[in-house]
Design a protein. Structure first.
Length: 333
């Protein structure tokens, strides 16, 4: 097996322990089928030594900025001690010198207001990015050349990714693991850490009513029913009838609880199920299309390409090492 992918986490004074720990926990839990670690995670600081957190304790960081030079991926968490990036939109000398050590081609990612660092370094110019919604106005004022979207959990521009608050950092890490090693590995990491395996990046940061009040019905039964019947043609009236609601009421409450429309959520679940079947089974493409409710191989191909930019056969070949054509994997009649 090749060496693990190196992830360096840059801790600055005022770092939030949750953001620092979640990177280690999630990437550290990713394993190959043979049990080998897929990532090596190290924490570094602008200078080795004690780093203040936003809690009542400090952390001791043994690695200095030189660790950034060895990283394949660099993650920049937020800080609760605003520095020049958040106050003036520019990098301080020590931070600029540290970022200059990062090798060309390394993947960059931020959690919460760590996006200010990436923007101040010029990495987000002309690109779509996000940060915590409470900091959106300040970010937009300091970095007008960035296409800020404060309403999503995370963004992925290939070599540069950004996420919203702490919890969205979990979603971002799982997304990166899924992108690198497939849904099966990411789902296993999610199971080990007892977090939802997949929240789409376009889901809203702030959901108005994530849990139904005692006097109001949730849409949870409809979601569970839909997951058990993805092979069926699921309409909005079908879903609403499970909760004995009008379609208008159901749609409103679904958006409040999930952050997206019911049918968009269903499509997301179909794609996720298709990914799992492509990774774990040898089912022909048209059988997978039928089992996930897409109906035809062409429809599955269209939706998978829209989300992942690849065809079903290429996706299967990437994560299972099986090089087959879609023609060969469709059922011959």
């Amino acid at each position: 097996m090749s060496r693990p992918h190196r992830v360096a986490v840059l801790a600055r004074h005022g770092v939030m322990p949750l953001e620092l720990g979640l990177v280690h926990q999630l990437f550290g839990a990713a394993r190959s089928p043979g049990g080998e670690p897929l990532y090596e995670v190290v924490t570094c600081a602008l200078a080795p030594g004690e780093v203040r957190t936003d809690a009542d304790f400090t952390i001791s960081v043994t690695h200095g900025p030189q660790a950034l030079a060895l990283a394949d991926t660099v993650v920049v968490p937020a800080t609760h001690e605003p520095d020049e990036t958040e106050l003036h939109g520019r990098l301080g000398p020590a931070l600029a010198a540290a970022l200059a050590l990062i090798r060309p081609g390394a993947r960059m990612a931020s959690i919460c207001t760590g996006a200010f660092v990436l923007a101040a370094a010029g990495l987000l110019d002309g690109r779509r990015a996000t940060t915590h919604w409470l900091s959106a106005e300040s970010f937009r004022r300091l970095f007008p050349s960035v296409e800020l979207d404060p309403d999503v959990l995370y963004t992925d521009c290939g070599d540069v990714l950004t996420s919203a608050g702490e919890a969205a950092g979990i979603d971002l890490c799982l997304h990166v693991i899924r992108r690198d090693h497939g849904a099966a590995v990411a789902n296993e990491v999610a199971r080990r850490t007892v977090v939802p395996p997949h929240r789409e990046g376009g889901q809203a940061q702030y959901v108005q009513r994530p849990v139904a009040s005692p006097r109001e019905s949730s849409t949870g039964r409809a979601r569970a029913w839909a997951l058990a019947n993805l092979d069926r043609s699921l309409s909005l009236p079908d879903l609403a009838s499970v909760e004995s609601m009008s379609t208008r009421t159901f749609t409103r409450r679904f958006r409040q609880e999930v952050g997206m429309s019911p049918l968009r959520w269903v499509t997301q679940q179909r794609v996720e199920r298709a990914r799992q079947l492509l990774e774990r089974t040898d089912l022909p493409i048209d059988r997978i299309a039928a089992q996930t409710g897409f109906g035809t191989a062409a429809s599955l191909r269209q939706h998978l390409n829209a989300v992942l930019g690849v065809s079903p056969s290429v996706y299967r070949g990437t994560f299972r090492g099986v090089r087959v054509t879609e023609q060969a994997t469709t059922t011959r009649r």
